[in-house]
Design a protein around this ligand. Structure first.
Ligand code: 13P
Length: 261
């Protein structure tokens, strides 16, 4: 199974989000093999998008969440609020929040813990900057992020865990990592996650690639066994591109089914 997550960032408002959600359902209609699809609209569009995707295979995700359940935290959104809207996935530690909004590993760890506590599934985003990559520190940085973000986090035994490897230099730049580089990172990420949570089973860990994924390159990532899916930003708010990404996932899954038969 491949997972496709659309992170709609702050690109579209309520009306466009509803139209996009409808378009995605239409693109998946009648397909025999369907990837696991999660869409992450802005907070203000969650409620309307939820109505469109109820009773479909598409799941709802949020782009962030605060670590307390209730209280005097102006502007923040809690797990309780998201649960009311049937949100089941939450992006945590996105590069844009780490780098533009000063989100620290400590804050990210508290958010991951709260996502687990509330029975939702976190999609933790990690990745190095261009400078760190140029210094040959990619592995070191990502390993450090995972250790720091999960420090003290208790892993609920039945939970799923999604990690999105999103190198900062690849986000929104049109310069995606190569599938080969992503595969190497994904193998390392799996290993580190197993070190951190020794009781986690292989099938509970899903490692996705993100950063300039579009209709043209999605298949090259998705055909790799080590790449469990993709996290798509800019292309996910352009219906034709997203339809291409979904088709690439279906093609990759058909290939997998063929190999295992
Ligand atoms: P782009 O697909 O626009 O590069 O963004 C990736 C991303 O940040 C998804 O979370």
């Amino acid at each position: 199974m491949k997972t496709i997550i659309g992170n709609w960032k702050m690109y579209v408002g309520v009306r466009e989000s509803v139209a996009l959600a409808r378009g995605m359902l239409y693109a998946l209609r009648g397909k025999k093999i369907v990837p696991h699809v999660v869409i992450c609209p802005s907070f203000v569009a969650l409620s309307d998008v939820r109505k469109i995707i109820t009773r479909s295979h598409v799941a709802l995700g949020a782009q962030d969440m605060f670590w307390e359940e209730t209280g005097a935290y102006t502007g923040e959104i809690s797990s309780r609020m998201l649960s009311e809207l049937a949100v089941s996935y939450v992006l945590i530690g996105h590069s844009e929040r780490r780098h533009s909004l000063g989100e620290t590993d400590e804050m990210i760890g508290k958010k991951v813990q709260q996502v687990f506590r509330s029975g939702m599934t976190p999609v933790l985003c990690v990745g190095e900057t261009a400078e760190e990559r140029a210094q040959g520190k990619t592995q070191e940085i990502v390993e450090q992020q995972l250790h720091q973000d999960f420090a003290g986090v208790e892993y609920p035994p039945a939970s799923e865990l999604f990690i999105a490897y999103e190198p900062r230099w690849a986000i929104g730049t049109g310069m995606a990592a190569t599938p080969q580089d992503a595969v190497v990172m994904h193998q390392s990420i799996r290993g580190w996650v197993k070190e951190i949570f020794p009781s986690i089973r292989d099938e509970q860990i899903h490692v996705l690639y993100g950063g300039s994924v579009d209709g043209a390159n999605a298949y090259a990532f998705l055909r790799e066994k080590e790449i469990d899916g993709v996290l798509v930003g800019g292309a996910s708010v352009k219906l034709t591109l997203m339809q291409e990404v979904l088709s690439a996932a279906i093609e990759a899954m058909e290939g997998e089914a063929h190999q295992s038969s």
